[in-house]
Design a protein around this ligand. Structure first.
Ligand code: ZN
Length: 130
């Protein structure tokens, strides 16, 4: 089964927790034991799993990525969003999650994030469950 959702981001850079939406799609699929792929078909937004309990972790990730890929540097890509492309390659465009007993097998502190690097925009997230 393949599903698509749209996520409206609100900032230039942002980590949006989409765990509960994906969890609901998994539950609705009826699949109890399987695999869930989550893929973002964009070049300036990605997907990552990280801590969902302490919001300072999200802020640290974003500020460290800004230091690694500063917007004030000179880049060849003329669209002006080269840092967003580079950050997307760093975090990646997909995650594979395990479904057990009809639920996503995430660690206690883990959340699934859509990583916006060139927002605000409407982002597609494609979910494949098998
Ligand atoms: Zn570009």
């Amino acid at each position: 089964m393949t599903k698509q959702i749209t996520v409206a981001t609100r900032s230039k850079t942002e980590l949006v927790d989409i765990s509960s939406e994906i969890e609901k799609i998994v539950k609705d699929s009826g699949i109890k034991d399987g695999v869930c792929w989550v893929f973002v078909p964009h070049t300036t937004a990605g997907i990552s799993i990280n801590e969902g309990a302490d919001p300072s972790v999200k802020r640290d990730i974003l500020s460290r990525l800004d230091k690694l890929v500063p917007s004030a540097e000179r880049y060849e890509h003329l669209e002006g969003n080269a840092p967003a492309h580079i950050k997307t390659s760093i975090v990646g465009s997909s995650e594979i999650l395990i479904i057990e007993k009809g639920r996503l097998l995430l660690g206690t502190w883990q959340s699934l994030y859509l990583c916006e690097f060139d927002g605000p925009r409407h982002r597609k997230v494609i979910i494949k469950i098998k």
